[in-house]
Design a protein around this ligand. Sequence first.
Ligand code: ADP
Length: 489
Amino acid sequence: MKYILSIDQGTTSSRAILFDNESNVIFKAQMEVKCYFPNDGWVEQNPNDIYISVLNVINECLVNANITYSDIDSIGITNQRETTIIWNKKTGVPIYNAIVWQSRQSLDLCNKWEKYKDSVHEKTGLLINPYFSASKIRFILDNVKDAQKMAENGELCFGTVDTWLMYKLSEGKIFKTDVTNASRTMLFNIKTLTWDEELLEFFNIPKGILPTVHPSSYYFGNATILNKDLKIMAVAGDQQASLFGQNCFSIGESKNTYGTGCFMLMNIGKEIKYSKNGLLTTIARQINDEVYYALEGSVFIGGAAVQWLRDELNIINNAKESEEHAYQSKEDNVYFVPAFVGLGAPYWDNECRGSFFGLTRSTNKNDIIRAVLNSIDLQVKDIIKTMEKDTSLKLKILKVDGGATDNNYLMQYQADILNVKLMLPNCLETTALGVAYLSGLASGYYKSIEEIKNIHKYKKVFYPNMNAQKRKEIDQKWKKAIKITREFK
Ligand code: ADP
């Protein structure tokens, strides 16, 4: 039997995961990647560290699984999105650190670009923000000596992490990316599926530094540094890979990841739809000529609120304990708004801060913990309701993943307040699994999406169990809590 090797290059670590043809994890290797913080709000990584960590985890995976390259059908790469690397075309040496997606060093530049915001939204589905690659590219070209001139002379290459890894793994032969990664650069037109000439002109970015763009499930070339016959057959940004790994193949299907923050994506089908409430439109995947789009929204403080209970309030020893405390609470009238850094979609309020409501003399720590868990679900609900409004689609099932899905209380309350079924997959490595599926579809390892649906397994299903009246009451109280939180400034 052959295996598919997924490389999952994330912000904190690189992972290599080996899957068999029933999507079982055969082996998993992980290695941390160091971040540098050269200035307030700046986050950078060494591109060579990223590449070396990937080589290491691949080797660890193969050695421990006791297989050779000839046992591997194909490789899929999924990666932290938007992170920007520029290197010298001739030498393959980066001219600056990788600027990580979270980094804010190009904020001033973005403020100057506000005048382009309507154009940017229409063409790319994004909002002008330092997260996306365009302003990071501009930052490097402005700050590294002679970089703009070299870029204009065609002596530099720009890539997101997928492009960088393929370039290194192919000894400089592959200079490509896929549509999902391209759609996060703020330079890619998601309608025409080409680099947008007008945006390149606005931002003065020479087209010659950009890689060619391809479907996500596609033969990109061979990772010759490992083995001359080893084929890279899929590339996708992490959130899009996870949407595919969660089997959200059709319009309306959605997934939410409960990690430090929450990342929610809804498959909106083959037509572009724009949000009127600050959500992003992005490319979900391309297989052959078929492109699917997604709407994306995020909750800033998800599991981070549970870390706050542990590290600042010291009322739990670990995240897992929060479940038991929440079940012990007899009080459901306490509300918490975790606006530690303001509120994201659909409120977009940077100024407001967190607050508790409904405390009494008998409120105890169980009630506080329960209210904190509820607040994660209530924020997710707000995003979903916004997506439904923006798209006129109705969520029927929510696929879930991420560390905090381990919490049964959190999952059940989510099902209850949404009144939808939640499905937790057997394999929680949905990101890696997504590119394994995409890779297998390109190589013929999987014959069709139908075949994938048949092998994809679920561990648990949470069914809604709350009456409509109660749901309405919770919704009204939450809205009131948000309103008052926003007034208190
Ligand atoms: P990330 O990928 O963002 O680092 P993970 O998917 O590893 O996040 O999930 C970790 C987050 O989930 C942490 O913020 C942690 O507080 C939260 N978390 C983990 N387990 C639980 C749990 N059983 N109950 C509630 N929150 C949890």
